[in-house]
Ligand binder design. Structure first.
Ligand SMILES: CC(C)(COP(=O)(O)OP(=O)(O)OC[C@H]1O[C@@H](n2cnc3c(N)ncnc32)[C@H](O)[C@@H]1OP(=O)(O)O)[C@@H](O)C(=O)NCCC(=O)NCCS
Length: 181
């Protein structure tokens, strides 16, 4: 049997692919019978974490979730399927892509309703970042996502630095208890 303490140096994208299907029940919806955005984000976070966990095989935490477009409403009774895989692994962090489809359970019609990119960081028991295996990309689509993930990382880093500077310049702007009367 393989020793679980010996971690492989690399893993394929295919080995990280994860999927989850949920039926949308009344507790998941707003007063119009549409899936709540926050509930969908929760499903996205969970499915993303599955792919990150399969890559890192250790604790992972969500470091960020990029902009999400809710392309069309998901209705009560729909079946929602989410698919995820790791796009690129860096040192301790990895970008995961999640795509979401809704299926009308009566007609069987399926529509793409949302997509998101998340960054997960592998951490030890104290919550300190730890190194993860290298990601092996095998198909043209995987290569494209691998390249794009680096561009998004550079964008996130720039945005992070910009927000940090803005907070330093006007700390009261981020205080949720002010200017919200
Ligand atoms: C994510 C976290 C572990 C990073 O810890 P840190 O001490 O700031 O780590 P570092 O600055 O050394 O960065 C470690 C890695 O995380 C990445 N990272 C840190 N903050 C990030 C962010 N906001 N977005 C994307 N990546 C981030 C870094 O790029 C780095 O990646 P690399 O090792 O692949 O180059 C820490 O901020 C944390 O625990 N956050 C809370 C996570 C959480 O609770 N999530 C649930 C949300 S409710």
């Amino acid at each position: 049997m393989a020793d679980p303490k010996i971690k492989p140096a690399e893993r394929t994208v295919a080995s990280t692919q994860s999927e989850m299907t949920e039926i949308i029940l009344p507790n998941d919806t707003n007063t119009l019978g549409n899936l709540l955005g926050g509930r969908l984000m929760h499903f996205i976070d969970l499915t993303g974490a599955m792919a990150a966990y399969r890559h890192a095989r250790t604790n992972v935490v969500t470091a960020s979730m990029d902009h999400i477009d809710f392309i069309q409403p998901v209705r009560l009774g729909n079946l929602v399927t989410l698919k995820s895989s790791v796009n690129r692994a860096f040192t301790s962090s990895m970008e995961v892509g999640v795509k979401v489809w809704a299926e009308n359970s009566r007609t069987g019609d399926v529509a793409h309703v949302a997509s998101a990119y998340l960054v997960f960081v592998a951490v030890d028991e104290e919550g300190k970042p730890q190194a993860i295996p290298r990601l092996i990309v095998e198909t043209p689509n995987e290569q494209r996502r691998f390249g794009d993930a680096l561009l998004r990382r550079r964008y996130r880093e720039k945005e992070h630095a910009r927000r940090k500077e803005a907070r330093k310049a006007t700390p009261e702007r981020d205080d949720p208890t002010t200017n919200r009367e």
